[in-house]
Design a protein around this ligand. Structure first.
Ligand SMILES: Cc1cc2nc3c(=O)[nH]c(=O)nc-3n(C[C@H](O)[C@H](O)[C@H](O)COP(=O)(O)OP(=O)(O)OC[C@H]3O[C@@H](n4cnc5c(N)ncnc54)[C@H](O)[C@@H]3O)c2cc1C
Length: 374
């Protein structure tokens, strides 16, 4: 069996790794000109399902490395005012495993065939049941299955399910990261907490690797090359709808809402790494109608993009990757017809994917109260 995976995000790469491990030929096609072409590095909290899924997709010999480049999520979530005084509790925090997206992506890339600068423009299902993908600026590729793991603006979805498209919540999200130096040690209780003021929320999260990723790879799996990054604080500000911030840099957009805030909080944003700070819109994709069964399917944000406030987008994309991997292994071993295997995957994925989007939208007003009125 040959599989074309479009999109080298976490979902597409996890699937390709899982298929490679099972001896199934998988090629990845990525639109970006290179793997580190743009902002890619934020911290993600994986729940036990998401973490188990990515682990299952990776070769066992890399499990020790995976365990070394993560940290445990803290359970405490406070609500603080801009002077860092506790004014409430958010309830039980997210427990699980914290990973850096860029580091995990590098681990997942190892050993795969990934074609960069390969933007899918369309595809054709051929008479023999195979599918031919078309790309801007490179030759078409033929496979038994095309998997659109190409994110919220999915070009694959545009053909497969044209009436499913992203909805803009109007809420903007600025995210950045700052090296975790001694200067910010006193902010410790704010990590994992929400700081509210002036109609905005600032969320802080520490990324403390058990071992620095590059060092861990050199020691535990020398064939893997991981980025040389140290501990950092991820800060994220959710901005209400209708602000006009397009002309501001990510940092300035946040600082413009932090007049009079605790000097260490301002310093944290001021000292951010500008290459890893960006302004994003919160858009969601709700899975609509199932399409007719065939050799094309979708996974991850391409079919169920959640609001980051749900903290479940990557978890769901990884769950998809592991589930689809298992279904395709069955088909490859002749235990099930390929189209039935894809149907099994899609039936389950639609159910929990719809639920994931709903959960994330329910959590949005807690971070952006005005979002409900937009
Ligand atoms: C700031 C932030 C924080 C988050 N925190 C969490 C968290 O704590 N927990 C959690 O579970 N989730 C979190 N998420 C959500 C999570 O990051 C996403 O849901 C997840 O990365 C989606 O993975 P994916 O593989 O489906 O898509 P993506 O990671 O978006 O990958 C899609 C890939 O497809 C490529 N592509 C697009 N179009 C084409 C094309 N035409 N041809 C070829 N390639 C194409 C893109 O360049 C990209 O590389 C967060 C998201 C953000 C933005």
């Amino acid at each position: 069996m040959r599989v074309s995976v479009v999109g080298a995000g976490l979902g597409g790469l996890a699937l390709a790794q899982g298929l490679r491990g099972a001896g199934i030929e998988a090629e990845v096609f990525e639109r970006d000109p290179g793997i580190t072409a743009r902002f890619q590095g934020y911290r993600l909290v994986l729940n036990p399902t998401g973490f188990r899924a990515v682990r299952e997709c990776l070769p066992v010999r890399w499990h020790a490395l995976l365990d070394e480049i993560v940290m445990d999520a803290s359970a405490e979530q406070l609500i603080l005012d801009p002077q860092l005084t506790e004014i409430g509790r958010l309830g039980a925090g997210r427990t699980g495993t914290v990973v850096d997206r860029q580091v995990l992506r590098h681990l997942l890339l190892t050993g795969l065939t990934v074609h960069t600068g390969a933007a899918l423009t369309g595809y054709d299902v051929l008479a023999d049941g195979t599918v031919q993908s078309r790309f801007a600026g490179r030759d078409p590729a033929r496979a038994d299955l095309l998997v659109g793991a190409d994110g919220v603006n999915s070009a694959v979805r545009g053909v497969l399910s044209p009436r499913t498209f992203p909805t803009d919540t109007g809420v903007r999200f600025v995210i950045g990261r700052t090296p975790l130096t001694d200067e910010f040690a006193s902010l410790d209780r704010a990590y994992g907490s929400k700081i509210t003021g002036d109609g905005v929320s600032l969320l802080l999260g520490a990324m403390r690797f058990r071992t620095p990723p590059k060092e861990a790879a050199e020691r535990l799996a020398p064939e893997v090359s991981l980025p040389d990054i140290g501990d950092y604080v991820r800060w994220a500000m959710i901005l209400p709808p209708n602000g006009s911030l397009e002309s501001l840099s990510a940092q300035d957009a946040v600082l413009s809402r932090m007049d009079g805030w605790h000097p260490e909080l301002r310093a944290l944003v001021e000292q951010a790494d500008p290459d890893n700070s960006t302004l994003l819109s919160i858009r969601v994709v709700e899975p609509g109608q199932r399409w007719a069964a065939g050799p094309v399917t979708l996974l991850g944000d391409a079919i169920h993009a959640t609001s980051p406030t749900g903290g479940n987008g990557a978890n769901t994309a990884l769950r998809d990757a592991d589930l689809l991997r298992r279904c395709l292994v069955k088909a490859d071993e002749g235990r099930q017809d390929l189209l039935d295997a894809i149907d099994d995957y899609e039936r389950q994925m639609f159910e929990y994917g719809t639920e994931a989007v709903r959960n994330s939208l329910e959590r949005l007003p807690a971070f952006a109260p005005e979002a409900t009125n937009s």
